[in-house]
Design a protein around this ligand. Sequence first.
Ligand code: NAD
Length: 503
Amino acid sequence: MSNGSISTPIIDHRVGGAPWSGASSRTAPVYNPATGAVSAQVRLAGAADLDAAVATASAAWPAWRDASIAKRQTVLFAFRELLNARKDELAAILTAEHGKVTSDALGEITRGLEVVEFACGLGHLLKGSYSDSVSTGVDVYTLRQPLGVVGVISPFNFPAMVPLWFVPIALAAGNAVVLKPSEKDPSASVWIADLFAEAGLPDGVLSVVHGDKEAVDALIDHPAVRAVSFVGSTPIAAYIYERAGAAGTRVQALGGAKNHMLVLPDADLDLAADAAVNAGFGSAGERCMAVSAVLAVEPIADALVAKIAERMATLRTGDGTRGCDMGPLITREHRDKVASYIDIAAADGADVVVDGRDVVVDGEPGGFWLGPTLIDRVPLSSRAYTDEIFGPVLSVIRVAGYDEALAIIEAGPYGNGTAIFTNDGGAARRFQREVSVGMVGINVPIPVPVAYHSFGGWKASLFGSAKAYGPQGFEFFTQEKAVTARWLDPSHGGLNLGFPQHD
Ligand code: NAD
């Protein structure tokens, strides 16, 4: 971090529909992970900056709350069209700051676009219910109303998709949003906010405030912030959940993961090997739904490991703009931490089948490179198994049968995603019912639900009862009001102090 005396470009906040520098002079470097060079300095907001952003959002909110469904829908449709037409621009930003390869960046945007399209159906999703004549001359109906100013705090690994999980739905529901993106790759959020402005969103309804812990704490502590959606690592998610909850703020906090892929002996091993490679190394393993542990049920482990290694030999690691399969990690520090798990696993007795430190890279030498790594026979006691590594390191654990595999998954602290590979429908059905994980794939390795279902894990992968997007997203960003109405009927006048009953 520096004191702001810098020559590289500055990434400003977006408050009130315009770039804004705020009062804090703190900044942090943003890197191009494929070169290792600092590409910009991002501002780090202080509590006074958050105050100003929330005040702007609070002032803009009533008019947006009162905008008709048709007006809000017009903005969302316009945003959808603009995003679809200009997604290449956003993909280039993702590659430049996160490092993910272009095809992966476009995939992330497409999954975000799905949520925008879902949010365009706000007319249906905000419908209340109506009961006619619950008592003589009395009707009961419900309204879904927005909360006010809501905060969204996002992680580095999906700089576009995670903001798009929440922002379109919060806005469609009539809230004003303050978005605090990851300070590691903040430009995607700025681009999204500018695109919303172009789509006709009134100034102040969506702000982007950059920052670190100081900004996050100020956002979740702010008394005018009515709800917080957080996505990030489990320790921070637990902290946010507790702190926001103690303040009486509605909160959903999605945390980390350690996802298992169970391969039964009857599985199609080519399909399973493709899936393990795609889900293990896509986005350099920096996905909360990445497969990080393959549970290979004997006797197929040797064959599966060989097939995975064979495929890994064909992967190209390098600059995301050069048509490579896998890009760099987010920072040098994270790259070194991920690489350290290779030594940890080896010291704990595992077999390093493919060591990503030996990779030949199609990119600049200063990039934060680590190639795909495969480690077999990882002991369950090793930190290479118990920690969320969040990098291109795939572990294989050999098990004797389904029950042993299920017990391993159940013993873990996380419950984000899992997958079973089998041709046995009975086994798959048993697994989907028995496993304590929020999102289950059957012959599908990254089971991220489509936008009209909701996304979220169990256990330490989600704190709070509401999942992200889908119907639960609309529930999270609204509060229901029940109205009991009687229009004037003189026959029902008179005093009665008893509890209301229906006749
Ligand atoms: P992170 O927890 O370090 O940061 C997430 C956000 O919290 C960022 O905006 C960051 O600025 C802020 N933050 C960081 N430290 C903080 C602190 N001490 N106090 C308050 N705020 C703080 O996570 P990350 O490294 O950006 O993202 C990777 C993690 O996110 C992984 O654990 C991954 O599994 C998880 N993730 C989960 C999901 C999910 O849906 N469950 C999705 C994506 C990522």
